[in-house]
Ligand binder design. Structure first.
Ligand SMILES: CC(C)(COP(=O)(O)OP(=O)(O)OC[C@H]1O[C@@H](n2cnc3c(N)ncnc32)[C@H](O)[C@@H]1OP(=O)(O)O)[C@@H](O)C(=O)NCCC(=O)NCCS
Length: 170
């Protein structure tokens, strides 16, 4: 895929990508309300996402021409009770240096395709406000806004609202 800053390839993540993935996410924890994590998760957290034992779970990366990881997206359990199994929650994060250049529009559909191919029925995503880039990405990828929860997060000394998005995959 060609983006404004060169060629980006989407592929399943491998063990060697995990520290780059963690660095992208940890930057967001420290600087943004996009995630409600307050401290970096353990390395085991990422290993668990890579191992993805459930059929619909995928961890993909976007890499540049130098094979550097510039973003990742994954699907995971929405809720643990088994009737929710064919519903998976999605997440996507890019390095700040490559945002707004069309990479999300390639990486996220690749994740949704992989999920659909493995039988996932519904993708759901949570967007903490404000996040115009994420809202635009979800809508561009066919998600619909299905609800807003007011003041469910407290981060950086403020209440944060959350919007829920959903896309039926099959
Ligand atoms: C959200 C994020 C994944 C989007 O990826 P991206 O590569 O920057 O987005 P793209 O360039 O592919 O753009 C996707 C769509 O959003 C629009 N868009 C991108 N950034 C935008 C912004 N800041 N404001 C409004 N629209 C924006 C684009 O025009 C495009 O819409 P279109 O296809 O209808 O033209 C990325 O910005 C990011 O990692 N943000 C920080 C982490 C984050 O918020 N993750 C999501 C948590 S819910």
């Amino acid at each position: 895929m060609a983006s404004d800053q060169g060629v980006v390839t989407i592929r399943p993540a491998v063990q060697e990508d995990l520290s780059d993935i963690a660095a992208i996410y940890n930057h967001e924890i420290a600087n943004s309300t996009a995630t409600f994590d307050l401290e970096p998760p353990t390395y085991a957290y990422w290993e668990q996402r890579l191992a993805g034992k459930h059929e619909g779970d995928h961890l993909l990366v976007a890499v540049d021409e130098d094979e550097d990881v510039v973003g990742y997206a994954y699907s995971w359990s929405y809720r643990p009770r088994p009737a929710y199994d064919l519903t998976r929650e999605t997440s996507i994060y890019l390095d700040p240096s490559v945002r707004g250049r069309g990479i999300g529009r390639v990486l996220y559909p690749a994740l949704l395709e992989a999920m659909a191919a493995s039988g996932v029925h519904t993708a759901v995503a949570l967007v903490a406000l404000p996040n115009p880039g994420s809202i635009a990405l979800h809508k561009a990828c066919g998600f619909e806004h299905v609800g807003t929860m007011r003041e469910v997060g407290w981060k950086f000394d403020q209440w944060v609202d959350v919007e829920w998005y959903q896309k039926l995959l099959s």
